[in-house]
Design a protein around this ligand. Sequence first.
Ligand code: FES
Ligand code: FES
Length: 162
Amino acid sequence: MTKVAVQFTLNGQEQNEFIEGGSTLLSTLRSKLGLYSTKAGCHQGTCGACTVIIDGEPRLSCLTLAERCTGKEVTTLEGLTSDGALHPLQQAFMEGFAAQCGFCTPGMILAAKTLLDRKPNPSRADVVDAISGNICRCTGYEPIIAAVLAAAEQLRGKKKSA
Ligand code: FES
Ligand code: FES
């Protein structure tokens, strides 16, 4: 198979890679770059487990060709922690028991992050809408919604005190 060059920013770092043409971003992240937070669920765009952030928007990495990411900014869950400190969304998921098996959690958190980035004071309906493409088989969704709202409140508090 033909190798193609891809250059993008991944979690704030420049990446220059040669990959198999036609590789998905999901397989590139997991198999080539060793970033395993991005989960491989259905591989067909229906479960949301593979969600990453590309240029500020939630995107399904199983349906995204890696070579199409050239020049873009990609964020995975690994990119959310800073100096080992959990992001408020991660903290809220942990404290609110919003993760059980955890398979959906990275995609949920990244989908929620894009919401909080553009709408710091979301309604419950906004949260439901933002995570509507992400399937969770364990939690019944309520702890996840509560965790996102709690993280939003915490982030607003941080901004005020900054
Ligand atoms: S693995 Fe991409 S949507 Fe399910
Ligand atoms: S915590 Fe298991 S799928 Fe959501």
